[in-house]
Design a protein around this ligand. Structure first.
Ligand SMILES: *Cc1c(COP(=O)(O)O)cnc(C)c1O
Length: 392
């Protein structure tokens, strides 16, 4: 053969038999078949064998299998991010004319999808009070196809009575989906509490280092496996094996990171709770958090993200100045990494509640809690001195 052909069809190979502790990064779009008759285009690779890279290389399927193992799922689909996971769940279970329910405290981009693309597809998504519990039954209509739960809710942290919602939903044959990102799929056992489909942003705790974007959609039954899988394929939600490799690495340290983050976060939150500028600490393990009793009943721990509400004699501008003056806490969205973060929410769609732009969400990282407290202290002190005018 000409050397140019040898470049494509080599006979030389590395010796086989390398055994390490790491899942290799398998790249590949085309998958080879032995015989023409074997060539198929099937997303059910776990059962049928590999058919196409888009449905996951072994690195990606291993990540899905390991997430499914710790969540107690039948299968976990790995998708490009948490928001992609949310979109996949909606599109798998809702069609034109469907009605769906989402808590007002749902992840912001979930609500945006509901009001945007889904509305255009004639799927009506109604927002409900996260503390509704069994009364969700009153909102179920003949065409209700899906009820979202998210506990705690994004930013304002309300815990939900998920089992009560599941009971009411199943009595009417309605599926329940859970955004289980806060719990990293482990601090709340979605399937033991009756949820049908559980998704999480691996971007947060499983990635754990702010360097990847991935999500999973986990299912417990054959019916949900088929429903999600078919739409997963149609939408072409493939992910990079490199990102999956990073997430596999992150999984190995999830236990120690969560334990440390919980402890540090409780320490910082407890300190904040004593500061006279703070009206309330919205942390699931604190009785001041709405729905705290459901956290106590259903969760095995708490995580690193929580919010603080400043007292009403402190202006929104002063709260903004407080965030600007933080040094160790960086300003940014997303959470679950090793770095402390802060962000003020100027506007929140929470009917009947006005936080007046005085709510700040914090993510605690792996810094020493004493240093984070010192940082919060200096920022609080400078706010007390700052003479910014109150917003109208
Ligand atoms: C971050 C987040 C998502 C979205 O995850 P991405 O990977 O950033 O798309 C979804 N739900 C919740 C609750 C989140 O915090």
């Amino acid at each position: 053969m000409h050397w140019r052909s040898k470049l494509i069809h080599p006979t030389a190979q590395a010796p086989s038999g390398f055994r390490s502790l790491v899942t290799p990064i398998y790249r590949g779009s085309t998958v080879l078949f032995d015989k023409q008759e074997d060539a198929a285009d099937d997303w059910r690779q776990t059962e049928r064998g590999y058919t196409y890279g888009l449905y996951g290389s072994p690195t990606v399927l291993e990540l899905g299998a390991r997430v499914a193992e710790i969540e107690g799922a039948r299968h976990s689909f790995v998708v490009p991010g948490g928001q992609a996971a949310i979109a996949l769940v909606y599109l798998a279970f809702c069609k034109a004319g469907s009605h769906a329910l989402v808590p007002v405290t749902g992840y912001g981009p979930n609500r945006e999808l509901a009001d945007g693309l889904l509305k255009g597809l004639n799927i009506e998504v109604e927002a409900y009070d996260p503390l509704i519990g069994a009364d969700i039954a009153k909102l179920i209509r003949p065409n209700t196809a899906l009820i979202w739960t998210e506990s705690p809710g994004s930013v304002t942290m309300e815990l939900q009575d998920v089992p009560a919602i599941v009971k009411a939903a199943h009595a009417r044959g309605v599926l329940v989906a859970l955004d289980n990102t806060y719990a990293a799929g482990v601090l709340f056992d979605a399937f033991a509490h009756g949820v049908d489909v559980s998704m999480q942003a691996l971007t947060k705790y499983i990635g754990g280092h702010s360097d990847l974007l991935l999500g999973t959609v986990s299912v417990a039954s054959e019916v949900t496996y088929e429903a999600i899988g078919s739409v997963f394929k149609q939408l072409g939600m493939g992910v990079s094996p490199d990102d999956a490799g990073l997430a596999l690495r992150g999984l190995q340290t999830l236990g120690v990171r969560l334990e440390r983050l919980e402890k540090s976060t409780l320490e910082v939150a407890s300190w904040l709770d004593l500061q006279h500028e703070i009206a309330s600490v919205l942390h699931p393990a604190f009785p001041s958090c709405p729905g705290h009793e459901f956290w106590k009943r259903d969760f095995s721990g708490s995580a690193s993200v929580f919010s603080i509400l400043f007292k009403s004699d402190i202006s929104a501008n002063q709260v903004g100045a407080f965030v600007d003056r933080l040094r160790l806490f960086k300003i940014g969205f997303s959470w679950g990494g090793v770095t402390a973060l802060a962000v003020r929410y100027p506007e929140l769609d929470r009917p009947g509640k006005d936080y007046g732009g005085r709510l700040v969400r914090l993510n605690i990282g792996l810094e020493e809690p004493a240093d984070l407290i010192a940082d919060l202290k200096q920022a609080l002190e400078s706010v007390a001195k700052c003479e910014t005018p109150a917003l109208p």
